[in-house]
Design a protein around this ligand. Sequence first.
Ligand code: S3P
Length: 171
Amino acid sequence: MAGLQNIVLIGFMGTGKSTVGRRLAMALNWEFIDTDLAIESEMGITVSDVFHRYGESRFRTEESRVVKRLSSCQHCVISTGGGTVCNAENFEILLTSGLVICLAASLETILQRVGVGTADRPLLKRSPAEIEKLCQSRQAIYAKAHYTVDTTNQSIEVVVDEILRLLKEGV
Ligand code: S3P
């Protein structure tokens, strides 16, 4: 693990990236960075407001800017937004900046965790069938991660332990 630069968590909304990332960073004594929070702190408004006021494309521009800056991180756990790696350039940068772990979960779990139509996730203001379609459309992209960990029915502790085990086992 000594030579490992960063750990990057990717995956669909509601798979636990931010919660797990924060705990993992604590366990490793590394810095925790959340791309959505970085955008919020730079723009001074919530992600939801960025979408609402300026549209998704502006959000994606800010997201790419944050990812480029993160490439110089050392010993950071980076939690990304669900759509961050849908931009191929973002994904390339993240794949070379550390170990990329995809967190996955069943659609049922995702819907339970996020609630449908939540105010803070603009892309979830749609029906469960449409959310499933969006999730499906991203599977091939998420599959390019170095590892995938299923968080369905798992506690945060178990998921963090599973990632720590992966790291010990020779990354
Ligand atoms: C998005 C996921 C969100 C946030 C934005 C767009 C997406 O992050 O970046 O609402 O495209 O899947 P979380 O995955 O942390 O909810």
